[in-house]
Design a protein around this ligand. Structure first.
Ligand SMILES: [Mg+2]
Length: 213
């Protein structure tokens, strides 16, 4: 249908909850009763430790341990359906090249691309979706600029702050992906799963649920 659908990457395509939990436990900055949830883990570490401890944990999760992140169910189906009906899909991610406290100096963008390859996001079943459809930006402002410049018809993100940013064009249909759906102010369209996002964007087009966990 010749529409351009933009998708955020971290916590919209890749899920880090279990990874943050396991890394937080093994590094001793939190206890086993902490919920397996990135935000709860962050709040816990900021309460009992400091921002440096949180940044160090992030450095490991998004860097050398990135390969253990999980693909959120339904993402591949969504991209396949979008391409099949003639829409273009781009991933636009706010991601610096390196983390502040990562002694391994892992390139975070390369780690993310390697993860996308490993999860077969660019294989022949993805109907031409390729690394050229992935954009990494150094700041949130640059990310919003990119969404505007490419003239995305939709943008799907897990963060309200991105979608509610004043500089994001009104012409972008704003889709908030949140597992625990809470009331969100207009103009946000909130969904808890990729199956729901797919029916919002594509109407009745088939969703195989092949990997819609
Ligand atoms: Mg995100």
């Amino acid at each position: 249908m010749n529409r351009l659908i933009g998708i955020d990457f971290d916590n919209t395509i890749a899920c880090y909850n279990t990874l943050f939990y396991n890394e937080g436990l093994s590094s001793g900055v939190m206890g086993p009763k902490t919920p397996v949830d990135k935000k709860a883990i962050r709040d816990n570490i900021l309460l009992w430790h400091d921002d440096i401890a949180w940044q160090k944990l992030q450095g490991r999760v998004y860097g050398p341990e990135m390969k253990r992140a999980e693909l959120i169910g339904g993402v591949r189906d969504f991209i396949q359906i979008s391409r099949a009906v003639g829409d273009r899909v781009v991933i636009i991610s706010h991601k610096t090249e390196f983390a502040n406290f990562d002694p391994t100096k892992t390139n975070l963008r390369q780690a993310a691309l390697a993860w996308m390859h490993a999860h077969r996001l660019f294989d022949q079943t993805m109907k031409g979706f390729s690394t050229e459809d992935v954009f990494f930006e150094a700041t949130r402002a640059d990310k919003i600029d990119r969404i505007n410049k490419l003239a995305c018809d939709f943008f799907i993100d897990d963060l309200e702050e991105v979608l509610l940013d004043n500089s994001l064009e009104n012409s972008v249909t704003k889709v908030l992906f949140q597992r625990n759906v809470s009331a969100a102010p207009p103009p946000l369209n909130v969904f808890a799963s990729w199956a729901e996002i797919s029916s919002f964007v594509h109407g009745g087009e088939g969703f195989s649920r092949e990997d819609n966990r």
